[in-house]
Design a protein around this ligand. Structure first.
Ligand code: DAH
Length: 340
């Protein structure tokens, strides 16, 4: 019996040792320790062993069984470890590559910077819907029914009465409906126009609207507000000028220019050799707009302005194509890492 046990130990251990896969190891386990396996066969044979040798033989068989069981467990661990090494996968390890952090979009940064300047001048911030009523986008702002801006060419109409707002000016009326003067607000937001995209046009862009209403607001207040903004945003030393213009919702209306941020007024490619850059439309709120908002048009005066945030951002960072602001190309956006 002892010889048979020793022989089986040698054979069994080397079979376990040489099992190259989990399947081979399982086959060996069945052959050795299974119900019809070799160890079981020897155990069954115990009854034929002379009674005085039986206890020793039984103990030896149990030791063999334990030894083989341990050997199986050890081989199983080895095989599993080798498998991991092959696939290189250990899901419990922390990630090795650095997780890329996002960065604020330059448009948003400029938007917040502009708002901060106006907070410093005592302004509040308001908001209105991007899906707007024709009434607020045009009618209440004194656009005649046949005004070309209502043309399907420029406006994304959603229905007879609703559209994607083409400007942030409708928020003026919405806020005046709710707030009694004196008031000073900025309304930043996204606007839409049905235009073909090129380096200076996009069918979506951002504006920031300003509105200041009280009993004795004049064009001088507008002028000083614009100068304070330009100085705080672009730095000291840039002159501004008002050019007469027309907007339906302001009277008088102006376009505001500042000296070119690139050449300081000498003339360059950025300012088309004029030395001046247009930065906003503005004017004194038209009495009809006050009337639409339910204000006493004889009691109040106010100024309003509207500025393209994209254009300001492009001037600030020297970006020459507005489409770069909307494509979300990481090669572009990553240049603002740490800058913003
Ligand atoms: N809403 C005008 C536009 O999109 C910009 C504008 C001009 C806004 C004059 C104003 C303003 O508030 O007074 O072209």
């Amino acid at each position: 019996m002892q010889d048979a046990i020793d022989a089986l130990r040698g054979r069994g251990l080397s079979r376990i040792e040489s099992a190259a896969t989990a399947d081979e190891l399982e086959a060996a386990r069945i052959d050795l320790l299974g119900r019809k396996g070799e160890v079981t066969a020897l155990l069954r044979g115990l009854k034929d062993v002379p009674a005085d040798e039986r206890p020793a033989a039984g103990a030896a068989l149990n030791r063999l069984k334990l030894e083989l069981t341990d050997a199986f467990a050890a081989r199983e661990r080895d095989l599993r470890g080798a498998g991991e090494a092959v696939t290189g996968l250990d899901l419990t390890l922390p990630g090795a590559a650095p997780v890329p952090l996002g960065t604020a979009h330059p448009l948003l940064t400029v938007l917040e910077e502009i708002c901060d300047i106006f907070y410093g001048l005592g302004y509040d911030r308001g908001d209105g819907p991007e899906v707007e009523l024709d009434y607020y986008n045009f009618t209440a702002l004194n656009f005649p029914d046949d005004h070309p801006a209502r043309d399907i060419q420029d406006t994304f109409f959603l229905s007879d009465k609703t559209l994607l707002r083409t400007q942030t000016s409708p928020v003026q009326v919405r806020v005046m409906e709710q707030v009694t003067p004196p008031l000073a607000y900025v309304f930043p937001g996204r606007v839409y126009r049905n235009e073909n995209a090129d380096a200076s046009h996009s069918s979506e862009f951002f504006q920031i609207e300003g509105l200041c209403v009280d009993r004795e607001i004049s064009l001088v207040d507008l002028r000083q507000t614009v100068d304070a903004f330009v100085e705080r945003f672009f730095g000291a030393g840039f002159e501004t000028r008002f050019r007469p213009h027309f907007f339906p919702f302001t009277e008088p209306s102006v376009e505001v220019d500042m000296q070119c941020v690139k050449c300081g007024g000498k003339g360059c490619g950025v300012c088309g050799q004029t030395g001046w850059l247009e930065i906003m439309g503005a004017g004194m709120v038209h009495p009809r707009v006050f009337a639409a908002a339910g204000y006493d048009e004889d009691a109040y005066t106010g100024f309003a302005f509207g500025m393209g945030i994209d254009r300001i951002a492009m001037l600030k960072y020297g970006v020459d194509d507005i489409r770069l602001l909307y494509e979300n190309d990481l090669r572009f956006l990553n240049q603002f890492r740490g800058v913003l």
